[in-house]
Design a protein around this ligand. Structure first.
Ligand code: PFF
Length: 446
């Protein structure tokens, strides 16, 4: 049994912490540009299918084995199956989380830098009409991006050192409700701008032709994994601090719905404003840092709205970084003699060093190209298009075929209910086949 401070204090605290771990840069920065690049509404449709038919069943599987094992990501794949042959999936999750965190911290650092600049006013004064140049100048410096990457990691280390209940849960209880209110207010404001209808149509009116494009499926699946935090042993880890009395399927459904609503409402905050004020919705990764500040400057009360948006982006990034670092930290505490504080500092330091190439990839190291990608882009591509789907397939196969059927139906709280059988067959067949199908199709096309 975990010590007191290493368990969620209530169902509410657990759900908020888990939503905080799921809602992050992926919902605001990544979702908006990936949706923008892939035709908006057509993408949205496939994305929703991926979330509810592939994402939720996998989330249930991860939570169930985490809660059952009450241990770290590695032991969850050992103790539940009575063989250690599958524990590599746990290792894969941990390695992927560390890799993802290495570049996530860089982008989160940009968000923090922009948020601080917006509040103090330097952002608005320095940039005026030229945000493209401003962004390029900032990300290409040799030291500045590292300072902000280090700063946001330091905040993360401070919170995670304070423990599951006192640190992680407390942060999310404070931040997640505020995020929810702010994003709804921002969307309302954006929708009220004259000319916002075109943005709503771009985002919500389906373009069925796009369904014929295989790239849209791969982008939607990658985004679903990224935004729901799947394939990284995140739910295994947070599930291990979950008492038996919390329902697994209900928790998974609430988290998936919360995360999806957050992404859609972010889209409704971003696209109507971009269209109303003449920005480019398919600007790519620069959307949040170049296009949006330009849009804010043209809005009534834009400096205030823009500051709120950027603070929101930084806060959402921090709750996700906390979740990401907790995955290896939880394994280190349970497997080594390090204290929580020691493990968090060691991990935070390692992630910082590992992220340096990504942070410098727009300046000093901009000549390094991997295929057509820069360093950060290449790692993101490898993680979201390769490592996450592979971990997803392996988890589905392990839970669906390797574990005892009665045991896993009990552990997921489905028991003998018929919906449990539906879940089991989704995990056994649909989830692995759909992921592999999209995966092979993408490899074929590239
Ligand atoms: N889901 C987060 C986002 O959308 O930004 C990213 C993430 C957080 C992935 C935590 C994995 C994780 F364990």
């Amino acid at each position: 049994m975990s010590p007191q401070n290493e368990q969620w204090s209530s169902r509410y605290g657990f759900v908020l912490a888990t939503i905080g771990g799921a809602v992050g840069l992926g919902n605001i920065w990544r979702f908006s540009y990936v949706a923008g690049e892939n035709g908006g509404a057509a993408f949205l449709f496939i994305y929703l299918a991926c979330v509810f038919l592939i994402g939720v069943p996998l989330m249930i599987a991860e939570l169930a084995i985490g809660r059952r094992a009450q241990g770290d990501a590695i032991s969850a794949f050992e103790t539940t199956g009575k063989t250690s042959r599958w524990r590599g999936i746990g290792w894969l999750g941990i390695v992927t989380a560390v890799l993802l965190l290495s570049y996530y911290a860089v982008i989160a650092g940009w968000a923090l830098r922009y948020a601080v600049g917006a509040v103090t006013g330097t952002l608005w004064r320095a940039a005026q009409a030229n945000y493209g140049g401003y962004f390029k100048q900032f990300v290409s410096q040799p030291v500045d991006p590292l300072i902000w990457q280090g700063a946001i990691l330091a905040i993360t280390i401070f919170i995670v050192s304070s423990g599951v209940r006192q640190g992680i849960e407390r942060l999310n209880r404070l931040v997640v409700p505020v995020l929810a209110v702010l994003i709804i207010v921002l969307a309302g404001y954006s929708l009220s701008l004259p000319g916002s209808g075109a943005g709503v149509r771009f985002f919500l009116a389906p373009d069925w032709d796009a369904l014929r494009n295989p790239e849209v499926y791969a982008a939607a699946l990658g985004q679903a994994f990224f935004t729901l935090s799947l394939g990284m042993a995140f739910f295994v880890t947070y599930g291990s601090y979950m008492p038996r009395t919390f329902s697994v399927p209900a928790s998974a459904m609430i988290v998936a719905l919360g995360d999806t609503l957050f992404a859609i409402i972010s889209g409704l905050a971003i696209f109507p404003a971009v269209f109303a004020l003449g920005g480019n919705p398919a600007a790519g990764p620069e959307l949040a840092f170049v296009t949006l500040p330009q849009v804010f400057l043209k809005m009534p009360a834009g400096v205030f709205v823009g500051s709120v948006f950027l603070l929101l982006l930084a806060a959402a990034a921090i709750t996700s970084m906390v979740a990401l670092i907790e995955i290896p930290v939880s394994a280190m505490i349970r497997r080594t003699s390090l204290s929580r504080r020691g493990a968090t500092i060691v991990m935070g330091g390692s992630v910082f060093v590992l992220g340096i190439p990504s942070a410098l990839g727009y300046g000093v190291l901009s000549h390094v190209r991997i295929g057509s990608h820069g360093i950060l882009d290449a790692i993101d591509f490898g993680v979201s298009s390769f490592l996450l789907p592979v971990a997803g397939v392996l988890t589905a196969l392990y839970v669906g075929w390797r574990l005892n059927r009665t045991m896993i139906l009990n552990e997921t709280d489905f028991g003998t209910r018929r919906i449990g059988v539906v879940w089991l067959w989704l995990i056994r067949i649909l989830v692995p086949v759909a992921i592999l199908g999209i995966f092979i199709r993408t490899l074929w096309a590239s």
